[in-house]
Design a protein around this ligand. Structure first.
Ligand SMILES: Cc1cc2nc3c(=O)[nH]c(=O)nc-3n(C[C@H](O)[C@H](O)[C@H](O)COP(=O)(O)O)c2cc1C
Length: 194
């Protein structure tokens, strides 16, 4: 399912407004995932791309979120832009982007982040910070003078929304809420009570 141009434009406009209003981390979204038993977890990830396919973020496939997405490929995400009094909520399906696209993005990351993608066994217990730093030193030696390849367990995911809601604060809690939903490939927009 692909996003309509209207939704993308609406999002880009609200994102720009958040940025000019001084939002410190406008790409940050709280991503909720769940397993098959209904255990829901959430955490912040950064939005790295947006097109008609949806909202792209990068992470470790072995992490809690990675495991939950593998078991139940659906998610919700919320952007809170306090500086511009706006919130955007997404609900939809999630899938991995292509290995080629993940390689392209990984290559743009600074070397320290590339090494840390190998060093961190994300979401697993870690006995000490020194263990992690030792792994980093070992990896720096391993990849000295060569490009760091993308770890196979580190990739991008695209959240393809089936609903997108824009919330804007108004006085006396009479906020504006506009919900876009898709049915049979057709997006419709409706206003919701605040
Ligand atoms: C502002 C902010 C941005 C973050 N961005 C990412 C991200 O893009 N990808 C990621 O894997 N973790 C990111 N994290 C860390 C996650 O919130 C989380 O700790 C980590 O992904 C492990 O989550 P999980 O154990 O629920 O899978 C970010 C944290 C913060 C506070």
């Amino acid at each position: 399912m692909s996003l309509s141009q209207e939704i993308i434009e609406q999002f880009n406009q609200a994102f720009k407004q958040a940025k000019v209003s001084g939002e410190p981390e406008p790409t940050a979204m709280v991503l909720a995932t769940s397993d098959c038993e209904g255990l829901v977890t959430s955490r912040t990830v950064l939005l790295k791309a947006l097109d008609a396919n949806g909202f792209v973020f990068f992470t470790n496939t072995h992490s809690m979120k990675g495991k939950q997405i593998a078991a139940c490929p659906r998610a919700a995400a919320t952007f809170l832009w306090k500086a511009s009094s706006c919130q955007v909520q997404l609900v939809g399906s999630v899938k991995q982007i292509s290995a080629e696209a993940a390689d392209v993005y990984f290559a743009t990351r600074d070397r320290g982040s590339q090494i840390s993608a190998w060093a961190s066994r994300q979401s697993e217990p870690l006995d000490s910070r020194e263990t992690l730093l030792q792994r980093v030193r070992d990896l720096e030696r391993k990849y000295e003078h060569v490009e760091v390849p993308r770890p196979p367990h580190w990739t991008g995911y695209v959240l393809s929304p089936e609903s997108v809601e824009f919330w804007t604060q108004r006085e006396f809690r009479l906020h504006d809420r506009f919900l876009y939903t898709i049915d049979d490939g057709v997006w419709t927009k409706q206003r919701l009570n605040p």
